[in-house]
Design a protein around this ligand. Structure first.
Ligand SMILES: NC(=O)c1ccc[n+]([C@@H]2O[C@H](COP(=O)([O-])OP(=O)(O)OC[C@H]3O[C@@H](n4cnc5c(N)ncnc54)[C@H](O)[C@@H]3O)[C@@H](O)[C@H]2O)c1
Length: 253
C-alpha cells in the first residue's frame, strides 16, 4: 500500500512507539488519527504531527471502553471520510511473579486485577479497535492494514504471566484476522520487538535491563525509528499478512 494521503489510526499514540510510528508515517505523507487515553498529551501529539505537513487529529479514548471505541471510529470516518490502517500500540505492563515465596511460605500472589488489567488493555483493547477499524474499512470499501504490537515476551517471560499471555494473544489474533479479512482486501501484521528505548523500557529495574541486554546479540535496545520502519514495511509490502515480524536484535531463542 502506498502511504501518501492514506488515513492511518494509531492507538497509544501520545508517546513511545505509537508516537514514533505516527512520525514515521507522516514523513511519507500519511494523515493520522491519533488515539490515546491521555487527553492533553494526544492533543499535543496531533499538533506535533501536523507540523510535519500532514493532517492529524487527536482522539482521547480508553481502548477498553467498547462504546467509546465504537464512537471514536465513527468520528474518525466522519472527520476523514476514509480509514486505511490501524496500528494497535496502546499497551501496559504490570509485571510480577505468579507467586512470591520466602523460606517455603507464599508471601504474595499476582492478583486477578494485576492479571486482568493487562489483558483488558493489551488484548481486549486491541480486539475492539481492530474490530471497529475493520468494520469501517469494509463499509467504506477501503483496502486496509491492521498491525498489532506483540513482544519478544510472547514466548513466556519470567515475571510477566499477564504481559506474555497478552502478547501471544495478539500475535494469534493477527493470524485469525488475516484469514477472515483477506476477502475484504484487509491485511494484518504483528511486530514483536525486543526492548525498545521508550518510557516502558525505562520502567525496568536497571539490573533486569542489564541482564536482558546480555541476551541481545545486537547488544543494544531498539530505537523507536526502527519500529516505524518495520511498520511501514508491513504497510508497503502487499504480500505481508498474518505474520509476526520479530524485531528483537536476535534475542529470541
Ligand atoms: N517499549 C518496548 O520496549 C516494547 C517492547 C515490546 C513491545 N512493546 C509494545 O509496544 C506498545 C507500545 O509500547 P510503548 O513503549 O510505546 O509504551 P508507552 O507506555 O510509552 O506508551 C503506551 C501508550 O498507550 C497508552 N495507553 C495505555 N493504556 C491505554 C488505554 N487503555 N487506552 C488508550 N491508551 C492507552 C498510554 O497512555 C501511552 O501513551 C505496547 O503494546 C507494548 O507492549 C513495547
Amino acid at each position: 500500500m502506498e502511504l501518501k494521503n492514506k488515513l492511518i489510526a494509531i492507538t497509544g499514540a501520545a508517546q513511545g512507539l505509537g508516537f514514533a510510528m505516527a512520525k514515521s508515517f507522516a514523513e511519507v505523507g500519511a494523515n493520522l488519527a491519533l488515539i490515546d487515553m491521555q487527553e492533553e498529551a494526544i492533543e499535543q501529539a496531533a499538533e506535533a504531527i501536523k507540523k510535519l505537513g500532514v493532517t492529524a487529529r487527536g482522539y482521547a479514548v480508553n481502548v477498553t471502553d467498547e462504546s467509546a471505541v465504537e464512537s471514536t471510529f465513527n468520528q474518525i470516518t466522519a472527520d476523514f471520510g476514509q480509514l486505511n490502517g490501524l496500528i494497535n500500540s496502546a499497551g501496559i505492563m504490570r509485571d510480577g511473579m505468579l507467586l512470591k515465596v520466602k523460606e517455603g511460605k507464599i508471601v504474595d500472589k499476582m492478583s486477578k486485577q494485576q492479571f486482568q488489567s493487562v489483558l483488558d488493555v493489551n488484548v481486549t483493547g486491541t480486539f475492539l479497535c481492530a474490530r471497529e477499524a475493520a468494520a469501517k474499512m469494509i463499509e467504506t470499501g477501503s483496502e486496509g492494514v491492521i498491525i498489532n504490537l506483540s513482544s519478544v515476551s510472547r514466548g513466556g517471560n519470567m515475571g510477566q504471566t499477564n504481559y506474555s499471555a497478552s502478547k501471544s494473544a495478539v500475535a494469534t489474533m493477527t493470524v485469525t484476522w488475516a484469514k477472515e479479512l483477506a476477502r475484504f482486501k484487509i491485511r494484518t501484521g504483528c511486530i514483536a520487538p525486543g526492548l525498545v528505548n521508550t518510557a516502558m523500557a525505562a520502567q525496568m529495574r536497571p539490573e533486569m535491563r542489564e541482564k536482558f541486554l546480555q541476551s541481545v546479540p545486537a547488544g543494544r535496545l531498539a530505537e523507536v525509528d526502527e519500529l516505524g520502519h518495520a511498520a511501514r514495511f508491513i504497510f508497503e509490502n502487499d504480500y505481508f499478512t498474518g505474520r509476526t515480524l520479530e524485531l528483537d536484535g536476535g534475542t529470541r531463542v
